[in-house]
Each structure stands twice: as structure tokens, then as C-alpha cells.
Design a protein around this ligand. Structure first.
Ligand code: ATP
Ligand code: MG
Ligand code: FE
Length: 337
């Protein structure tokens, strides 16, 4: 069973083919980072234009690499949302065209379900499980009692983790996207600066990173006014310690309360070295809880994860027709029903 996945929700144009839901046959990602860098973030208009230019090239490359023909495929899976509407539309229209031209079923996929299912390309999922999703637009703890079922038990009330990373990086004059740069700096420094940790109300699995972000910005400005210099390594390490402390602590607490068999890490910030190490240590202290962390290439946006999630939805009989539209605000829980 071969599923072709298409992903264009943000700034990567990606096409991949997956065999039996778990095996990557081809996985092509065209990143637009170079085009957005000088603006310090993703410019939606530019993203859409690049997707249009790249889509057929990336599709052809993924098909060539796979050595398959469209007759070998069982379905086309595509990210229908959430994301930038103009960017999503390019992928959705491409998927609809392929579905129509080759008489293939069309399977809509929620982008965050995709991030979670990147883990199934590493190892079989065991339920019930808990997924910590940390990306550019989301920070969520998601409980899954079975395939295709998503219950959001906690989410950010303001900035996403990735967003906080990118904003702090900007304050330190690091290039976009800043996450990997902060991660690298953090490994070279000590967490000597006292920064807040937003635990929120007792028992809450929600997150908040805007206070931490403001604290970092204030620390930098205050130092500038006093004519002092702060070591960027120390600031990066302190910021990262604060983010990772809260993410890991809440994940462990939820894993215990919900008695899960497995914890999955997902989303672009899952590439963070500090988070990977600390989560692995913490899960190691729990009895009979297994941890999956995808390789870096499957953490950031790609279409292999969309095809992996698409395989599950395909088996569940979820289909879209040619009236499928991009939905920038697609809801994960509603999508799972
Ligand atoms: P969403 O998935 O919520 O729609 P997105 O698709 O834009 O958002 P991803 O591509 O999943 O987000 O992740 C991109 C984010 O991951 C960026 O904010 C980037 O800075 C962050 N990131 C990537 N690598 C690292 C790292 N090593 N450490 C911290 N953050 C990182
Ligand atoms: Mg991206
Ligand atoms: Fe993403």
C-alpha cells in the first residue's frame, strides 16, 4: 500500500511516498528559508509563490526517486490545515488535480496529526500514548487512546515554543529561524541568568511562553542601558533551561496521570538537542514508558509525516472530494471525530 503525501502549510514544499504507513520510499523537501531570511520570518505571499514554482518539481523528484507510477499508489494525502491559507491552497489544489487525473482517493490530513505520525516512521505506536507537540505555531500535550483519536489536554495560551525561540533569537540578532541557533549557543553556555517558568495553575497542562520571552528582552535591554554585556551563550542556555524545564515537567506529570505506555515528541522544536536529552532522561525514570523521538529531518515540516498520518486516515475510510478546501484554522479534535 503506497500513499503519496503533500505538505505546503508554511515554508517548505514537500512530497513523499510511504509504504504500508511506516516505510519511507521517497521524501523530498524544498525549503524556502533563504527567501524569507532577510525579512526575519515567513512572508505569506512569497511562500505561496514558491510553492507554485516548486510543486511540480518536487512531485516529479519524489515520483522518480520512488520508481513507482501513479497506478501503484492507493491514495493522495494532503495537509488541509492549519497553516497559511495561500500556502495550503497550493498543496490542496495539487492533490485534487492528481486525485482527479489518476482516479485516486483524496485523504485530508491535519498538519499536527502529521507531526505526531512522524513517530510511526521510527517505531510502531502503542496506546494509550501522550504526544508533546512543539512547533512554530503549536505547543500542545495530546492524549491518544487509539489511532486517529486526538484529545488536547494542554496547549499554549500565548506564544508557541518555536515562536518564543525565534523571537528570542531575533533579540540576539541571530538569523531566522532562530531555534537551531539558540540550541547551538545554549550548548556552549551555562544557565546562569534567572528567568521565569510559567507553571500556571496547579494541575494545568497549559503552557505560556510570552512572559519568558519578555523577560529575555528586558534582560537584554537593561544590560544595554547599564552599558553591560551579557554573554549570548548564557542567555540562550538560561532561556532554553526555562523552556525545557516546563515542557519536560508537564509531560512527565501527564504521562503518569494518564498512565500512558508511550510518549512521542513532535514538531520542529523536537529537533532541540537540550529538549531531546532532558526528555529522554526524565522518561527513563518512569517504569514501562517508552519514548519515541523522530530524527531531525522528520521533526521539521515534511510530507513523509503527512503520508504516514494519511495512511491511518485512509484505512479509517476518511475521504475528501474535489470540493476540499484549505482550512487555515482546522481543529485537531474536530478533525479526529
Ligand atoms: P506548525 O507546525 O505549528 O504549523 P511550523 O510548521 O512553522 O508550525 P515547524 O516547521 O514544525 O513549525 O517547526 C519550525 C520551528 O521549529 C521554528 O520555530 C524553529 O525555530 C524551531 N526549531 C527548529 N529546530 C530547532 C531547534 N534545534 N531548537 C529549537 N527550535 C527549533
Ligand atoms: Mg517551516
Ligand atoms: Fe509544522
Amino acid at each position: 500500500l503506497y500513499i503519496l503525501g503533500i505538505e505546503t502549510s508554511c515554508d517548505e514544499t514537500a512530497v513523499a511516498i510511504i509504504k504500508n504507513g511506516t516505510e519511507i520510499i521517497s521524501n523530498v523537501v524544498a525549503s524556502q528559508i533563504e527567501s524569507h531570511k532577510r525579512f526575519g520570518g515567513v512572508v505569506p505571499e512569497i511562500a505561496s509563490r514558491h510553492h507554485v514554482e516548486q510543486m511540480t518539481i518536487v512531485l516529479e523528484e519524489a515520483m522518480n526517486e520512488s520508481k513507482l507510477t501513479f497506478q501503484d499508489l492507493s491514495a493522495i494525502a494532503v495537509t488541509a490545515g492549519p497553516g497559511l491559507v495561500g500556502a495550503l491552497l497550493i498543496g490542496v489544489e495539487a492533490a485534487k488535480s492528481l486525485s482527479f487525473a489518476h482516479s485516486l482517493p483524496l485523504v485530508p490530513v491535519h498538519h499536527i496529526a502529521g507531526h505526531i505520525y512522524a513517530n510511526r516512521l521510527v517505531k510502531e505506536m502503542q496506546f494509550p500514548l501522550l504526544a508533546l507537540v512543539v512547533s512554530g505555531g503549536h505547543t500542545e500535550l495530546i492524549y491518544m487512546k487509539e489511532h486517529g483519536h486526538f484529545e488536547v489536554i494542554g496547549e499554549t495560551r500565548d506564544d508557541a515554543a518555536g515562536e518564543a525561540y525565534d523571537k528570542v533569537a531575533r533579540t540576539l540578532n541571530l538569523p531566522y529561524p532562530g531555534g537551531p541557533h539558540i540550541d547551538r549557543l545554549a550548548q556552549e553556555g551555562e544557565a546562569t541568568i534567572d528567568l521565569p517558568r510559567a507553571w500556571l495553575e496547579e494541575g494545568s497542562y497549559d503552557f505560556s511562553f510570552s512572559g519568558l520571552k519578555s523577560a529575555v528582552i528586558n534582560t537584554v535591554h537593561n544590560a544595554e542601558q547599564r552599558g553591560e554585556t551579557i554573554k549570548p551563550e548564557a542567555l540562550a542556555a538560561s532561556f532554553q533551561a526555562s523552556v525545557v524545564d516546563v515542557l519536560v515537567e508537564k509531560t512527565i506529570r501527564a504521562a503518569k496521570q494518564y498512565n500512558v505506555k508511550q510518549v512521542l515528541l513532535a514538531g520542529g522544536v523536537a529537533a532541540n538537542q537540550g529538549l531531546r536529552v532532558r526528555l529522554e532522561q526524565a522518561i527513563g525514570t518512569l517504569d514501562n514508558v517508552d519514548l519515541i523521538i523522530p530524527p531531525l529531518k522528520l521533526c521539521t515540516d515534511n510530507a513523509a509525516m503527512i503520508a504516514a498520518a494519511g495512511s491511518i486516515f485512509y484505512e479509517k475510510g476518511i475521504r475528501a472530494d474535489l470540493s476540499l478546501n484549505a482550512n487555515p484554522g482546522l481543529d485537531l479534535e474536530a478533525f479526529s471525530r
